[in-house]
Design a protein around this ligand. Structure first.
Ligand code: GLY
Length: 368
């Protein structure tokens, strides 16, 4: 399909978003929290302000503001960004996902508006993430005494806030930490066939690999689709900020494996090698992988990746989008993990679709 036809499709999606999103904003202001999922037609927030997805709602608002210029979205982003300050004050609940929480909400807000408070939030998030670096070459993911040596594939996305901090402050330390982590992931997580582990447990004193776990996928050694999507997009982020060819090559290998496993209907299962029944899909994986493949297209000019991204986006929209005003969210088949939380609405399923629409409209500038 021509780029112009893809742009026209994105324009149609924007018209649908212009109707749906103000309803989501109104409902968000009714709960006085940060939307995560939907219950009985209303947004539901997670009880902890430190919940890892809390940046995606303001980030969706910033993307909508970028596409429309409508202050409604900027005001709602600011409301959520102020609520998120509670996570800095809590501190104990914070984890490696400070990248997700501030890079694309506050960081993109600052890029668009120059708002100083949001620059400070983004740099603070980068400092918190850098402080989780283990000199054996990885960033610690989660808290808890038994997890001091755990790293997860998702963290590849969080590296963006470190690259941002180095570029802004001209201090290479943040970028070096990001690259050391990415090098370890490239060596230890990515398998010969281009698929990825979810969790690797290192000895925190020596860096020795103790165990590899299937985490949110079907089982150890399987292929959690969102993890593959994080790997595609995550390695492209490292490539964009460093220019390193090995990161690009890795992203391409993971993307090729992903395409092979989803190309029958372009609706990723939660785990790409799990049995067909029960059928558990994940729209989040589709949106994340689509954005990563649009990055691959930008880097390589290979239409294969742009087509794959478009196939993922149009399949999820055709089969799983709820544009009605009965619910404040859009995508119906987001999944937390193979073991629980199937076919829900989720703020980040919607976020990646919105980001992809903005990318396809052209003139995109909010790069992770
Ligand atoms: N970062 C956790 C997840 O993808 O579910």
């Amino acid at each position: 399909m021509s780029h112009e036809a893809q742009r026209l499709w994105a324009q149609q999606m924007l018209e649908k978003l212009r109707v749906k999103m103000p309803h989501g904003v109104k409902k968000a202001q009714e709960i006085a929290g940060i939307p995560y999922t939907v219950q009985d037609g209303n947004w539901l927030a997670k009880p902890s302000i430190c919940w890892w997805t809390n940046g995606f709602w303001p980030a969706s608002m910033v993307q909508m503001y970028d596409m429309t210029g409508d202050e409604l979205y900027l005001n709602e982003a600011r409301r959520a960004e102020e609520l998120l300050d509670g996570a800095f004050r809590d501190y104990y609940g914070l984890h490696h996902d400070v990248g997700f929480m501030w890079r694309i909400a506050s960081g993109f807000d600052w890029q668009l508006t120059g708002d100083e408070d949001n620059l400070k939030r983004t740099l603070l998030a980068a400092s918190l993430l850098a402080s989780r670096y283990n000199p054996n070459g990885f960033i610690r993911a989660w808290n808890g005494e038994e997890k001091t040596g755990w790293a997860i594939i998702d963290c590849m996305m969080n590296l963006s806030v470190l690259y941002f901090a180095s570029e802004h402050t001209h201090d290479p330390r943040f970028s070096l930490i990001a690259q050391h982590h990415a090098d370890t992931v490239q060596r230890v997580f990515i398998r010969k066939d281009g698929t990825s582990e979810h969790i690797v447990c290192f000895d925190p004193m020596t860096g020795e690999v103790l165990e590899k776990r299937g985490g949110q996928g079907w089982k150890d050694g399987s292929v959690w689709s969102r993890g593959q999507a994080w790997a595609i997009y995550g390695f492209m982020i490292s490539h964009r900020h460093t220019g390193r060819a090995d990161y690009l090559k890795t992203a391409q290998r993971v993307a090729d494996a992903f395409i092979d496993l989803v190309k029958d209907d372009w609706l990723p299962a939660c785990d790409l090698v799990a049995p067909k029944e029960p059928e558990i899909r994940d729209d989040c994986a589709a949106g994340i992988a689509a954005c990563g493949m649009l990055e691959l297209y930008d880097a390589l000019g290979d239409e294969k990746y742009r087509e794959a991204a478009f196939n993922l986006l149009t399949a999820m929209e055709k089969q799983h989008a709820d544009w009605s005003l009965d619910t404040p969210a859009i995508f119906t088949h987001c999944t937390e993990a193979y073991s629980k939380g199937h076919h829900m609405y989720m703020n980040y399923g919607d976020y990646y679709f919105i980001e992809a629409v903005n990318r396809l409209l052209g003139d995109y500038k909010l790069y992770w």
